[in-house]
Ligand binder design. Sequence first.
Ligand SMILES: C[S@@+](CC[C@H](N)C(=O)[O-])C[C@H]1O[C@@H](n2cnc3c(N)ncnc32)[C@H](O)[C@@H]1O
Length: 229
Amino acid sequence: MSAMRARSGMGETLFDRVPWIYAFFREHVFRDDTERIVAHLWPSGVPPAGATVVELGCGPGFYARRLAAHDRAVVASGLDRSPAQVAEARQRAEREGLGNCRFELGDVAAMPYPDQSFDALVAARLFVLVENREQVLGEMYRVLRPGGRAFIAEPRHAICARLTLGLMRLADRLGGPPITPGADQGEERIDVLDGAEFAALLASQPWRSVAHWADASYRYAVVQKESVT
Ligand SMILES: C[S@@+](CC[C@H](N)C(=O)[O-])C[C@H]1O[C@@H](n2cnc3c(N)ncnc32)[C@H](O)[C@@H]1O
């Protein structure tokens, strides 16, 4: 079995079986919000030296790598449940010479981090896939340091995400034996949040401040945790 076909403890998904297709879409098709993320996470425009940031459900680690490249003094991480996506992210970070970037395998609903581990969090195109959204947001609140900010970007329309997964499924079927029946069902449940659902999700944690807005393609939020007084 090749690395691409490796099975994670949590079940193989299309993100494991054809990781390069998602990486291609992430790099070349989806919007790059790096500048927007920097501006909202660090309003001064300059992250403090040693600032820690983690991209949750990082896939090929697009934002963790972009943020690490944006400022070499940032310590960037990525967390994903797909071993192939984590491998893809690590290879790309190495190719790009990013020594301030690391990637780990894990579940965003039960993060392998102590409380208050990070100064900043990024969750892009994640809640469209996870079922236990409030649990994931609760974990985000837990691992964020007091005063820290999280940036969330969610696609508004299912069509692009479904098209990407459709192409992944097609490539997978052309390229190898069928996946275990049902194993990728979680990935097929693309479920975009409407404005009311997004607002209700954000309100499920006791943030100090919440800002959310939308444009034609994405819903965005920036939330900040209460500082210690
Ligand atoms: C649509 S991709 C988003 C990747 C990246 N954040 C981006 O901006 O393109 C969603 C990623 O979340 C991961 N994922 C889904 N559920 C997860 C979970 N419970 N824990 C960790 N990663 C998860 C998938 O493996 C996939 O790599």
